[in-house]
Structure formats: structure tokens, C-alpha cells
Design a protein around this ligand. Structure first.
Ligand SMILES: NC(=O)c1ccc[n+]([C@@H]2O[C@H](COP(=O)([O-])OP(=O)(O)OC[C@H]3O[C@@H](n4cnc5c(N)ncnc54)[C@H](O)[C@@H]3O)[C@@H](O)[C@H]2O)c1
Ligand SMILES: [Mg+2]
Length: 328
């Protein structure tokens, strides 16, 4: 076998996506994430931290039986991926079943994704977001927008098809450009009125149809703060589940240090300000969110958000150049 574990897992998933029969077979040895009206099921571990609940097929069938649902309901699941051991992972919406009975049977609780996402960590956050995104997409694409006829899913859930028009629909993400603008010694962060008190983030905006990432970045910065950016540098990307599936494409950019006067689009932003290296390093060390009742202090998005990665990279870069110039 010349295939690496990664390649063989990828090929296996490819087959499950395309081959209904193979996917139905895989449901027999699956790991299932449950969602109740899109809220994922979490379980508290012995050490008191929360983890994503993951049920084996036989456990899920047992739970379904207990709450009075046919075990074939398992077939309504959607394929998400597979574990390192090539165990297929699925998500299943159980919103029509009794919530507290399920919670009791599974010894867990359904938690709104906005909370759950930050209660669990690392790769599990990405998985729980992906599971919800796929369920939501299927729930909102049940009909063909050309004919109004019902669409039919394949077994894995990698697409839906309208047999009347022949149109195939694939799950979608909306591309978003996010950019951390620097003037060389300060970086520009902004807040929307709906952000939690005190939180500032990098500038962002949905890409328009037909636009490149570069065009979207230039346009968003011009629209939101009235500046012209240059020296775009790609940093990374992530799927972001709020409010719905966004595909975040993150870059750094600079402005001429003589042209830093911001002119805020107040319809979009409540505030936009330049922050010093010292302010940023302090914010990066602060735990997110203010204790209740205290006046808002400046803080930045938590580590899992790609905005945090951009801010962290900028701070590292500043630190390096300060060292080079003999500053502390
Ligand atoms: N992960 C992160 O670090 C991070 C940081 C900042 C923003 N975000 C995400 O980026 C996305 C865009 O943020 P924004 O508010 O700056 O966008 P934005 O500046 O484009 O403003 C949002 C407005 O754009 C319009 N719009 C255009 N296309 C849209 C589409 N496909 N879906 C929804 N609205 C669309 C709507 O009128 C909406 O009110 C959001 O999903 C947000 O949660 C993620
Ligand atoms: Mg924006």
C-alpha cells in the first residue's frame, strides 16, 4: 500500500459521498452527532468540561427506540467526514423528537451553537459547525427554485437534485474577505453595534458576485472606513458558522502612514479605531468578555476566530521588528 493514511481516508470518503449503497453500509458503523432544532448535543466529561456527544450506531438505535422512533431514522443522517481510524461521522437532526427525553437517554444537553462552539475546543468546534451547516442547508433547500418541486438528497447528503428540472444543488458557503489593516505601528479594528460590549475585530465583508478576493478587500475597506489599502498578504481561511456558512478568507494589508484618517460608514460600523502594539498585546492576553455590570474594556475575538489569528500574527510581526530596531 503506497497510500498514506490521509490519502486512503480521503478516497474512502469520496466513495461514500458518491456511492449511496456504500454510504448506507457505512451508517452501520457510524459516529453520530445529534442536533435538536440545530442545537448540538454536548456531554459533560468527568473532569467537568464539555465535549461533543458522539453516538455509535447501536447506541443511537437504542436511544431512538427509547423515544419511540423507528431505527431506520438513522438513514436520514448526513455524512460529515471520518475519524483518524476511518470511522465515518454523520449529523442527524432530531428536532421532531422529545428534547428532554433525548437529553436524558443520551446523558447530555442540546446547546445553542453560539454557546456550544466556544464551550468545546479545536477540531471539535469545526466539526460541530460543519454538522450544523450541512443540516441547515438541507433544511432550507428542500425545493427547486426553478420549478418549486421537491428536491431529493443522495444518501451522503453531498447534493440534492430536482428530478423535474434536472438541476443539482450543492451545499454552499458565502465567501467573506477579512483583513487586518496596519499603518506600520498600529492596526485598525472595528466594531458593529451588535458585537458584545468592548469587542473589536478585523474589517470584513461578503464578496460580491464576480469579484476577486483582492477586489472585495479593497472595496470593503473603502466602504467601511474610507481608506485605500495596499500590500495584500494572504494569511489563511476558515469556515465560519455565524450567522450562516461563511467562508472566511483572511489577509493582511497596509495603508500609507500619512493617510490613516478613518471615515466610518455608520450604517455598518459603530466604531473603528487604530490600536497600538501595547493595547493589542494586552487584549490578546485577556480572557474574552467582561464580567457583568462592569464598563466594557477592549477585547478581541477568541482564538478560534480567524480574526484572532490575524491579530496574533500582526503582534508577532511587530515584536520581531521592534527587536530588530532594539526596542522592547
Ligand atoms: N471568524 C472571524 O474571525 C470573523 C470575523 C469577522 C466577521 N466574520 C463573519 O464574516 C461575515 C461577514 O461579516 P460582515 O458583517 O462584516 O459583512 P458585510 O460587511 O458584508 O455586511 C453584512 C451585510 O452585507 C449584506 N450581504 C451581502 N451578501 C451577503 C450574504 N451572502 N449573506 C449575508 N449578508 C450579505 C447584508 O446586507 C448584510 O447585512 C459574517 O458571517 C461574520 O460572522 C467572521
Ligand atoms: Mg463588514
Amino acid at each position: 500500500r503506497s497510500c498514506s493514511g490521509y490519502v486512503s481516508r480521503t478516497r474512502y470518503l469520496m466513495r461514500l459521498r458518491e456511492d449511496d449503497e456504500a454510504c448506507r453500509e457505512a451508517l452501520r458503523s457510524g459516529n453520530f452527532l445529534l442536533y435538536h432544532k440545530l442545537a448540538p448535543l454536548l456531554q459533560k466529561t468527568n473532569s467537568g468540561v464539555y465535549k461533543l456527544a458522539c453516538l455509535k450506531t447501536s447506541d443511537l438505535e437504542h436511544v431512538l427506540e427509547k423515544v419511540g422512533k423507528d431505527k431506520h431514522f438513522v438513514n436520514e443522517s448526513f455524512l460529515l467526514g471520518c475519524t483518524d481510524k476511518s470511522e465515518p461521522q454523520f449529523s442527524l437532526e432530531v428536532g421532531d423528537l422529545d428534547r428532554s427525553a433525548l437529553e436524558q437517554e443520551c446523558r447530555g444537553m442540546f446547546v445553542d451553537l453560539r454557546k456550544a462552539f466556544f464551550m468545546i475546543t479545536g477540531p471539535e468546534s469545526a466539526l460541530v459547525a460543519k454538522g450544523q451547516a450541512l443540516l441547515r442547508w438541507h433544511q432550507t433547500n428542500g425545493f427547486c427554485s426553478a420549478t418549486g418541486q421537491p428536491t431529493v438528497r443522495n444518501q451522503s447528503g453531498s447534493f440534492r437534485v430536482c428530478h423535474s428540472s434536472g438541476v443539482t444543488y450543492y451545499p454552499k458557503m458565502a465567501p467573506v474577505a477579512i483583513v487586518l489593516v496596519s499603518d506600520g505601528s498600529r492596526c485598525l479594528l472595528a466594531r458593529q453595534a451588535m458585537f458584545p460590549p468592548g469587542m473589536y475585530s478585523a474589517l470584513s465583508g461578503f464578496c460580491d458576485m464576480g469579484e476577486s478576493l483582492e477586489e472585495a478587500l479593497h472595496r470593503e475597506v473603502a466602504e467601511e472606513v474610507g481608506l485605500e489599502v495596499e500590500n495584500l498578504q494572504y494569511s489563511g481561511s476558515q469556515h465560519w458558522p455565524f450567522p450562516q456558512s461563511s467562508f472566511m478568507l483572511a489577509c493582511h494589508a497596509t495603508v500609507n502612514p500619512d493617510k490613516t484618517q478613518v471615515n466610518i460608514d455608520t450604517a455598518e460600523l459603530e466604531d473603528a479605531r487604530w490600536f497600538s502594539f501595547e493595547e493589542i498585546t494586552e487584549a490578546l492576553q485577556k480572557p474574552p468578555r467582561n464580567p457583568k455590570g462592569e464598563p466594557p474594556v477592549f477585547w478581541v475575538p477568541p482564538p478560534y476566530a480567524i480574526a484572532n489569528q490575524l491579530i496574533q500574527e500582526w503582534a508577532n510581526q511587530q515584536q520581531l521588528s521592534r527587536k530588530r530596531h532594539g526596542l522592547k
